[in-house]
Design a protein around this ligand. Sequence first.
Ligand code: NDP
Ligand code: BG6
Length: 507
Amino acid sequence: MNNGPVYATYESCSIEIPKPFLLVIFGASGDLSQKKLFPALYRLDRDGLLPRNSCILGTARTAMEQSTFRELIRQSIEKALGKDFDRKAWDIFSARLYYHSGAYDDPASYTKMKGIIKDLEQDHQTRANRIFYLAVPPTVYELIIANLGISGLSKEEGGFTHVAIEKPIGSDLASAKQLNAVLRATFLERQIYRMDHYLAKETVQNILMFRFANAIFEPLWNRRYIDHVQITVAESIGIENRAGYYEKAGILRDMFQNHIFQLLALTAMEPPSVFESERVRDEKVKVFRSIRPFPPDSLTDCLVLGQYEKGTDGSKEVVAYQQEKGVRPGSMTPTYAALKVHIDNWRWNGVPFYLRSGKRLAAKKAEISVHYKGVPHLMFSRAMKEEIEPNTLVIRIQPDEGIDITFQAKSPGTKICLSPVNMDFSYRKFVALTDYERILLDCMQGDQMLFIRDDAVEQTWSLLTPAIEAIETGSEGLTLHAYASGSEGPADAAALLRNDGRVWRPL
Ligand code: NDP
Ligand code: BG6
């Protein structure tokens, strides 16, 4: 029998099909499971990227028959995929879906689950390869992890056992350390997959290829040529129905500690010696260690916070954050932040990184823009009235994934007239795996490159926790600036750059 890897062709790429596995999803009745996980698993299966002898066991407290569970999942996949839903592919996929209901804190439920797992492994020949996916609120993470340990389910029994855990990993440094300690008491670091779906976005993965597989960009990627960098993750949606979570989180915990700091690390890191999970993760942690701590007593110099007021989302009128269902009256939770970051190392000394993210902004847009310095001598200055704009390189993460470079070119006809032109590469014509398809596949294949290591989580929390504590204890001078829904954000965020003689790229 050939035990070597099996590959499938997907959009002209060769993708290794994972070994057979059993996936247990905790919180299978929930929002993330239905919106992201099951649609991604269905698509992987439909496209021939899952081994036929794999199976999925959903688990949650809600009591329901297996047929009811399958029907719930069918409806959510159909809703997510619309006309791309294929009945035949569903029939094949659904035959491998199972459900077990039980309380997360009841040891008897884990004993019963162990029996179900053994039976399914026998029926589907999954060779004791197991993945436990925690798609539950963070308050239940430690309970589930501890019970997986007590029941012996965390042990590898001839196959692999991985545990996948959703963000947030803690809500501050102490809680992140506590959760990491609980994880490490039960699993080895090589078994732990801390998710950050931003790392699985096609353009985000491309940052390293773009920087390190081309000879023409990297020599200019440093303080000698770059004036500053902007990282933007703007959303037009509000908090939707997640007030319970968001009121405790706010924008810094929800977007900065994870997604935005990961984008920063990929932009600023040194080239690893090999493109290998641990080496890439080492380099990212070095960036976090080089970030200058934010001074809690003069946060206003580097941080602007905001909260959305009523306004519009396209042509639709939308309410203020304070009027969202579940938000406390007088809530001081920030829904917008702009942060100036300094990286104290040879490459980046003196180059500020401006980070911003917010809900209910003018557009859904995520991008990294690298703003180069102007030319050293303006030989056109006598002939031209206007200033020449410096070059920019923009990595568009979403929507319209791609890269564009703006440079000056002579306008045809006139004697001396320069205007900025764009060189644009777009991923639009390529079909790629969605973020959740990519991370699920990597977790099945045992590739930890796109997952966050314990030291990275703790390093980012150690940077942000003092700032968050200062905000939450009402640090002097820090104000929550109101901004209209559908706008570019608070005016004071513009001032953060204006004071440095710079401007944000428009959303
Ligand atoms: P849900 O609130 O939908 O919870 C998932 C399931 O967990 C529920 O169906 C419920 O199942 C069970 N549950 C809910 N509350 C409790 C509780 N207090 N105690 C025990 N069990 C509970 O969460 P999401 O699916 O939205 O999120 C799951 C995880 O994924 C969270 O950590 C979240 O931060 C993260 N995440 C979610 C995203 C999203 O878009 N939803 C995006 C990125 C990350 P039952 O009652 O049947 O047991
Ligand atoms: C999640 C945040 O991690 O990312 C949400 O909790 C946010 O608040 C979401 O809306 C954004 O993800 P994406 O992929 O839609 O940009």
